[in-house]
Design a protein around this ligand. Structure first.
Ligand SMILES: Cc1cc2nc3c(=O)[nH]c(=O)nc-3n(C[C@H](O)[C@H](O)[C@H](O)COP(=O)(O)OP(=O)(O)OC[C@H]3O[C@@H](n4cnc5c(N)ncnc54)[C@H](O)[C@@H]3O)c2cc1C
Length: 405
């Protein structure tokens, strides 16, 4: 038997919780399908930006203790460079929570008030003129079918919703692998109140480390296809030799996943079509250094609001979504825009002030190191596209929507 609801959301994620909060509050029957058993694990550093933190507080209330890792907060970010220059930056407005995604996402989903079916994996999404049909596989293997007026794909980077409506898309963008291992600590001079990130081309495209629940995370990100264990070993060796980080061999619970960096830099978001909306990282929203929770929350809420508007006005949902999403596009793409970084303050920590605190010699080293890091991305031919978007943003005061799908 086919079940019919007003709104069906795929993925019990933060984007889903935010979208559901809007549709449930507006009185729409909302069902969330999640493939994993809840509360589910999500690979993530869990460092929430100040804006994301405000969103959680305003929409769902104070974050429960169970939804936090140790240390329970993060003071800011420290950038490291091959010349060993360090740039610590505190978040604006104080510390932010260090979220334990397994419990924070579940808590937000419960607070949204939506009905959830977990262990239900969506297989396909087919858009008809007046409704969308969804097939899913339930825990026991039964195939279920659903109908909804609108579908919101809040199902992360490898989104089945996106694959259903744009089957070729995944072949058209570069994919990265990010993986992390957990180590018992012998000695670690890296300040545990900060998230540490390396702009080092020899370590990879995305290199990070931070403390969690008494262990040290060592993470490596690179173009998909390379060997994670070798990449990780290279980073761990570097941390030992250059920063005096002495760690025991990695525990066995390492993990990794594919990531779609790129759409936010290039303003090539993929928002869906017809009665299907994409939100969060399935759309490509990702802030600088991979912070994706705040844009998942905000774009999720916007998707939910667009659905509510479409129900009220009977206009196509993308008429509303594409107008409403523009503010979040501006905020996210500004973070990557070199002109905004140089002349504006698009981040939630004061990069220009931290830079100016450094002696002139270190500033020059840092700029040289940053350039060498950016060259690592040359093969993707993003440079010209980023400059085109940046200049157009400067002239028009916004990012144009012609490259959105
Ligand atoms: C190693 C790493 C570290 C990170 N660190 C940070 C950080 O410190 N701060 C930060 O803000 N961001 C961080 N991010 C990014 C952040 O985790 C993501 O941007 C964010 O979780 C995206 O949220 P989302 O709501 O779009 O979807 P997700 O959180 O990806 O959730 C998608 C959900 O959809 C479900 N799903 C997928 N397919 C199906 C299907 N077929 N049927 C049903 N359900 C399905 C999944 O099980 C999952 O529950 C990190 C990411 C990684 C990989």
């Amino acid at each position: 038997m086919t079940r019919t609801v007003d709104v069906l959301i795929v993925g019990a994620s933060l984007a889903a919780a935010a979208a559901a909060k809007r549709t449930v509050d507006a009185g729409l029957e909302t069902l969330i399908l999640e493939r994993q058993e809840l509360p589910r694990h999500k690979i993530c550093s869990g460092i929430l930006s100040p804006r994301g933190y405000r969103f959680l507080l305003e929409n769902f209330g104070p974050v429960p203790r169970q939804a936090l890792h140790e240390p329970t907060y993060c003071r800011g970010v420290t950038f490291h460079f091959p010349s060993l220059v360090q740039l610590p930056m505190d978040f604006f407005g104080g510390t932010t929570p260090h979220l334990h995604r397994k419990y924070s996402d579940y808590w937000a989903i419960q607070r949204s008030g939506a009905e959830v079916m977990d262990q239900t994996s969506v297989l396909s999404v087919t858009d008809h003129e007046n409704y969308v049909e969804v097939t899913a596989r339930a825990k026991g293997g039964d195939t279920l079918t659903f109908r909804a007026r609108h579908i919101i794909g809040a199902d992360g980077p490898s989104s089945i919703v996106r694959r259903s409506i744009y089957p070729e898309y995944n072949k058209e963008i570069p994919w990265f692998f990010v993986g992390q291992k957990f180590h018992e600590i012998e000695e670690c001079p890296l300040d545990e109140e900060y998230f540490h990130f390396w702009f080092h081309p020899e370590l990879g495209h995305y290199t990070w480390s931070h403390a969690r629940d008494g262990r040290q995370i060592v993470g490596a990100g690179f173009k998909r296809g390379d060997n994670f264990h070798e990449r990780h070993a290279n980073v761990a060796k570097y941390l030992d030799e250059k920063h005096g980080v002495k760690l025991k061999p990695a525990d066995c619970d390492h993990e990794g996943c594919s990531e779609n960096f790129g759409p936010s830099l290039l303003n090539t978001y993929i928002l869906g079509k017809g009665n299907v909306l994409l939100t969060g990282q399935s759309t490509g929203f990702l802030n600088m250094i991979g912070e994706g929770m705040s844009c998942a929350l905000h774009t999720g809420a916007i998707a939910g609001e667009a659905v509510v508007e479409a129900h009220k006005t009977n206009k196509p949902v993308h008429h509303h979504y594409r107008q409403m999403i523009a503010s979040e596009v501006k905020r996210t793409t500004d973070q990557w825009n070199p002109l905004m970084i140089a002349f504006g303050k698009p981040h939630e920590a004061d990069f220009p002030e931290a830079l100016m605190k450094l002696p002139m010699k270190e500033r020059i080293l840092l700029l040289r190191d940053t350039w060498n890091f950016v060259v690592l991305y040359k093969e993707f031919k993003w440079g010209r596209k980023i400059m085109r978007e940046s200049i157009e943003r400067m002239i028009k005061g916004k990012y144009v929507d012609r490259r959105w799908l």
